[in-house]
Design a protein around this ligand. Structure first.
Ligand SMILES: [Zn+2]
Length: 696
């Protein structure tokens, strides 16, 4: 495994469970027999098989047709998908130093395997020829969509360019990869270089748990016995919220917003300029006027104008609410005898005081009612009531860790639909965060294939046999990931590349964010939120305060998000040569939208890793809000029906949203479900921003 370029020791297929037929229940991966050393030989075989399948399509002497080209591509790479699914599940959810080392090699091999396929001119020629005569091919709507998506994927990778342009594209991509890595290393560098020591008198307002974490942070940095604030968001934001030392809040705030912008070796300003011009150049090579036009063509929003329209619609009422909140915070300052104008480093501190006063709610009060098992039951029950599917635990299916649980999912008529794996507890072998993934996707190209869907979370396990208790955010996360899971479980498409969550970035959060709505319904909470000791249901008064507290502070949160999203859009629509000095550009754009001076961007340019560490969210930071417009509006269909489980609405939701994967245009699918395009008002209502003066 040390030599990543030459051939690796001859694959020993015999006894490699990744290369054998799986005789487990439902042909699931036999995790107890899979060892790290099985992966490299299995990948070797999978790459070779896939390359041979692609060569057969490329060298096929017969005229290209849908079956010998597009369908053949869909059939290719089965072994690669199978091995990769098991590998990435383990790397993320239950890794080891050995697996992580293999991962470094596999990611390099993966890139080298895919580049020549996606840039293959002959293969692209066959696909393009089919697309040219698509009207005469007599394709089903799903096949038409598949042809278009396949063509787009190759076209957008540069497969149609001449050799000189392909060479330049390759150079640009390599340089962009380097710049993205430097950007994140610089950011990390500035974050690691700065700490603020907390003296005895500096902990005013901070709870003991926060001080303990500050001590642990000092210890990690070789300063035992001291306590420090660092520049990670999880250290800065609670400090700004709780510390009553105004001078220290200012110091921390100023350091936080200066990351990557200090004129030192970690300065990111020059990198941003180079990234923007290279992105613009590659977009132009591909025939687009701007990078945003390139990026957004392959999204639901389609154009920069559509993104701007949404963001500006939300911006006005959010800004109005934030300005009203600012006045309330300024009054609070005066009430407490403060003789100063509210500054950005004061916002979180006074907002928290106001929240406690207005909502009279503390997360800790609700936790004893939110058991993990109760919330799993609530998520399952909601799916049963909406979609008729049922869940029965299976103990005979192999898993990658003893804490993983498996349920068989059945349709209303008792037919097997798939398996759902829940891996809920935090452990050192698991990366942070929560995610949905799959070991096998639904498809029916050559007979029905049932999906194997995974949810992974990082909840704290209950100590000493006590049940695991969730925070409100945890419970929401559980429903969120389960919503993604349903997108995989209810998928009903023919072709594998269109299955389940294979949809646009600005659509993929709809099934997940929509599902969160049921978690906060009184009807659901009254039934499933029960005290872990007494079994008492959640008291109504607590329930109401909990729901009210969720709307607090939305003006601030929306302003810091939308301003960042607008800036992302401006960076990628204005000509790179005209942007000039990054700091001046930022100032000019914020003045244009009337950014309240007491609020900072969620991500200033030199810290905006989403859009500059790589390009996944470049010109795409708006995506979360685009999906939120749809989820808020989609839930409105149930509210209008007067029943959060209304059968006819649920049937359309299943058919048009959860089952159709990438087989339909997402807007067409949404309109089929809702009868019209989404209205941003529902999002404003959910965020409590509809009754502000400028919201009309
Ligand atoms: Zn999500």
């Amino acid at each position: 495994m040390s030599d990543s370029t030459g051939p690796i020791a001859a694959p020993v297929d015999a006894g490699n469970p990744l290369l054998a037929a799986w005789t487990t229940p439902f042909e699931t991966p036999p995790f107890e027999t899979i060892r790290p050393e099985h992966f490299v030989p299995a990948f070797e075989r999978a790459f070779a098989d896939h390359a041979a399948e692609i060569a057969a399509i490329v060298n096929d002497p017969t005229e290209p047709d849908f079956d010998n080209t597009v369908t053949a591509l869909e059939r290719s790479g089965k072994l690669l998908n199978k091995v990769a699914a098991v590998f990435y599940d383990l790397v993320s959810a239950h890794s080891s130093p050995e697996l992580l080392k293999i991962d470094e090699e596999v990611s390099l091999r993966m890139a080298r395997h895919w580049n020549p396929i996606m840039m293959n001119a002959v293969l692209f020629g066959r696909i393009a020829a089919l697309r040219d005569k698509r009207q005469s091919l007599d394709l089903t709507p799903e096949q038409q969509r598949l042809l278009e998506r396949t063509y787009t994927r190759f076209h957008r990778s540069g497969a149609g360019l001449d050799d000189a342009a392909k060479t330049r594209m390759a150079e640009i991509n390599e340089r962009l990869a380097q710049l993205g890595t430097s950007f994140s290393h610089h950011l990390l560098g500035d974050e690691q270089d700065w700490v603020m020591e907390l003296g005895e008198d500096d902990t005013e307002g901070l709870p003991a748990s926060f001080v303990a974490a500050a001590k642990a942070a000092a210890e990690e940095r070789g300063m035992p016995g001291k306590a420090v604030i660092t520049l990670s968001r999880s250290s800065v934001e609670p400090f700004l919220k709780m510390s009553s030392r105004r001078d220290l809040r200012e110091k921390v705030y100023r350091a936080f917003i200066a990351r990557g912008d200090n004129g030192n070796d970690n300065d990111n300003n020059a990198i941003i300029g180079e990234i923007l011009s290279l992105r613009e150049e590659s977009a132009k090579l591909l025939g687009y006027p701007t990078f945003a036009a390139y990026r957004l063509e392959d999204s639901m929003a389609k154009t920069p104008e559509a993104v701007r329209g949404l963001l500006e619609r939300v911006w006005k009422p959010a800004r109005a609410r934030a300005l009203a909140d600012r006045d309330a915070l300024q009054e609070l300052v005066a009430e407490e005898g403060g003789n100063f104008k509210l500054a950005p480093w004061d916002w979180r501190y006074y907002a928290e005081k106001l929240r406690q006063r207005r909502a009279n709610f503390d997360d800790a009060a609700i936790k004893p009612y939110l058991t993990l098992d109760g919330m799993i039951a609530a998520a399952f029950d909601t799916a049963t009531r909406l979609f008729g599917i049922t869940f029965a635990e299976r103990r005979d299916v192999p898993v990658w860790h003893p804490d993983v649980r498996v349920w068989e999912v059945k349709d209303q008529d008792g037919a097997h639909r798939g398996l759902f794996y829940g891996d809920y507890y935090a452990r050192p072998s698991k990366r942070s965060g929560a995610w949905m993934t799959s070991l096998r996707d639904q498809q029916k190209l050559d007979g029905a294939v049932a999906p194997l869907i995974i949810n992974v979370c990082n909840f704290a396990k209950g100590a000493g046999g006590e049940p695991s208790l969730l925070s409100p955010d945890d419970a929401r996360t559980l429903f969120h990931e389960f919503g993604h899971g349903l997108h995989g479980m209810l998928s009903d498409v023919t072709y594998p590349s269109l299955s389940g969550t294979s949809v646009f970035t600005d659509f993929v959060e709809l099934p997940s964010q929509l599902y969160e709505h049921w978690q906060e319904q009184p009807q659901v909470l009254r039934q499933f939120a029960r005290h872990y000791q007494t079994g008492e249901p959640l008291p109504d008064d607590l329930l109401q305060r909990f729901l009210a507290a969720r709307k607090f502070g939305q003006g601030f949160a929306t302003v810091e998000f939308v301003s960042s999203a607008l800036l992302d859009l401006e960076f990628h629509t204005q000509p790179a040569a005209s942007i000039g000095e990054i700091r001046a550009f930022e100032r000019k754009e914020l003045d244009k939208i009337g950014m309240p001076e007491e609020i900072a961007l969620r991500h200033r340019p030199t810290q905006f890793g989403h859009i500059f560490s790589g390009d996944h969210y470049a010109s795409g930071y708006y995506s979360y809000m685009w999906s939120e417009v749809m989820d808020a509006d989609a839930f409105g269909a149930f509210e209008e029906a007067g029943d959060i489980f209304a059968a006819d609405v649920a049937k359309r939701l299943r058919d048009d949203i959860y089952a159709s994967g990438g087989s339909r245009d997402p807007e067409e699918a949404y309109v089929a479900f809702r009868g019209r395009k989404p209205e941003p008002d529902a999002l404003l209502r959910r965020r409590g921003l509809l009754d502000t003066p400028e919201a009309a």
